[in-house]
Design a protein. Structure first.
Length: 208
């Protein structure tokens, strides 16, 4: 059981207090919120795969760029630090997830600077989609179960509250930050997603 800080205790006690009669929004735990984000992004990916025409595809790309930028920001601000502090032996998993976020942000930036009628546009979007799907699959099958095993119900609800609050101020454009070595990171994680993805990234970056 992870140690509980004073601030977390106080949030939990407020959650357990009787209602004063005023309507309160339904609380969601952190995992439910993050999974909702995943489903929304996947819906946009499927729309992209079924849509033709540069303008229509550009609009969908803009939508999932905003969604991914916001999602990665709040996850890195709220959930990943908690996991590193309280879940034993979770550092490697979290650090890998952060690197996969960096790869996705880099690919989003590449897409943003590529005209939608460019012959490389669809290939770049396809690589991004495959990398994100790989990340989501690992997160939902490995990281989320660890999080649910360690965090109490109250802590997951507190994290959910924090995620909702962070969404109101999170940027909807990718912030690459320090990008040294990002291309090599992209190649490494694309390889984890599959040899086909590695080959695509190699073509896009000109790496042999």
């Amino acid at each position: 059981m992870p140690p509980t800080s004073t601030s977390k205790s106080s949030r939990r006690s407020r959650d357990g207090a009787k209602s004063n009669g005023s309507a309160r929004p339904r609380r969601q735990d952190a995992i439910a919120i993050l999974k909702e984000d995943h489903r929304e992004v996947e819906k946009l990916f499927k729309q992209f795969e079924k849509t033709s025409g540069p303008s229509a595809r550009r609009r969908i790309v803009e939508s999932f760029t905003e969604a991914l930028a916001q999602h990665t920001t709040i996850e890195e601000q709220i959930v990943y630090p908690w996991a590193r502090e309280y879940i034993e032996d979770e550092d490697d998993t979290v650090l890998e997830a952060v690197e996969e976020h960096r790869v996705a942000k880099w690919l989003l930036t590449e897409l943003a600077t590529t005209p939608p009628d460019d012959e490389r546009y669809e290939a770049r979007a396809t690589v991004l989609i495959e990398v994100v799907r790989h990340h989501v699959e690992e997160e939902e099958s490995e990281f989320f179960p660890d999080l649910r095993d360690v965090a109490t119900r109250a802590e997951l609800l507190d994290l959910g509250d924090d995620l909702r609050a962070a969404k109101r101020t999170a940027s909807k454009t990718p912030d690459l930050g320090a990008v040294g070595g990002v291309i090599s990171s992209a190649l490494g994680h694309a390889h984890d997603a599959g040899k086909d993805v590695l080959d695509k990234v190699g073509v896009l970056t000109g790496v042999e």
